[in-house]
Design a protein around this ligand. Structure first.
Ligand SMILES: [Fe+2]
Ligand SMILES: [Fe+2]
Length: 277
């Protein structure tokens, strides 16, 4: 009798590195969800699986398609057309796939930092949700006859991860607290746009994403504050310094102040970094 391989073989960090090393998006997200399911099954049984150590790749494995283009070279399409909406769904699917890797990268890359088990609970949950988000959008792309990979995508997504590869607090500041918070700002308009287009399935997918992304921003803020406490740092000043160091450019209003507050992001964290133009 053969048994299925243990998704957490070698520890959580090794499982994270396996997700990062998988190029096929559907295999990547399936590997991700299996590791998360094994982690939470153990946690519910009162166990804490080994974290272990792993060296994640500098860049996660990617499929041959989509072609990754310089952000300025990615064609802009009008969202008033069905093709334009498919292109938008494709762009969001690409963001979700990167988010799967970003969350597992936090687990693997900082596995030598002493952190409470709750830190891993949160990022495993976030990675699992991103995997689900990719699946939801992949299904919507199939319905639009534009499967993931059919259009070119943005090559710049890993820049913030690479810049903060040696700085966990910088990673938390820039990835969940800036980039994922930006998702909270822009998603309501996207939902409204798909509502106007009468695409109820895409609206439903985006509503799941919108609700769950609040949690990812909140995890970022929670663990950022935890580390500020550990190192006796002022959270607001530290956040400003890290975002200025690692994030290219100003933050762009309008901000979704209400959802940001729900996610533990105070106004005086992000408004001073806003583009004053
Ligand atoms: Fe997501
Ligand atoms: Fe997220």
């Amino acid at each position: 009798m053969s048994t299925a391989p243990d998704p957490l073989a070698g520890g959580l960090a090794a499982a994270a590195a396996r997700v990062l090393g998988t190029a096929d998006p559907w295999e990547k997200t399936a590997t991700s969800r299996a590791a998360a399911a094994a982690w939470f099954a153990a946690r519910e049984a009162g166990e804490t699986p080994e974290i272990g150590r792993a060296a994640p790749p500098d860049f996660p494995a990617r499929p041959e398609r989509p072609a990754l283009l310089d952000p300025r070279a990615v064609p802009r399409r009008r969202t008033g057309t069905r093709a334009g909406r498919a292109a938008l769904l494709h762009a969001i699917a690409h963001i979700e796939l990167n988010a799967v890797d970003l969350h597992w990268d936090i687990v693997a890359r900082f596995s030598d930092t002493r952190l409470p088990t709750g830190f891993f609970d949160d990022w495993v949950r976030a990675a699992d949700e991103e995997s689900k988000h990719f699946g939801l959008l992949s299904d919507r792309l199939e319905a639009h006859e534009t499967p993931y990979g059919a259009l070119p995508a943005h090559a710049g997504m890993w820049r913030s991860a690479a810049a903060t590869a040696a700085d966990l607090m910088g990673r938390l500041a820039v990835v969940p607290m800036v980039l994922e918070a930006r998702g909270l700002d822009v998603t309501p308009d996207m939902i409204a746009m798909f509502e106007r287009a009468g695409d109820a399935e895409s609206v439903a997918a985006l509503k799941v994403i919108y609700a769950e992304e609040v949690g990812h921003v909140a995890y970022g803020s929670k663990w950022f504050h935890f580390l500020c406490g550990r190192h006796d740092l002022d959270p607001k000043e530290t956040f400003h310094g890290l975002v200025r160091r690692y994030f290219d450019g100003a933050l762009r209003p309008p901000f979704n102040d209400e959802k940001r507050a729900e996610a533990g992001l105070p106004l005086d964290f992000y408004w001073p970094l806003a583009d004053a133009r």
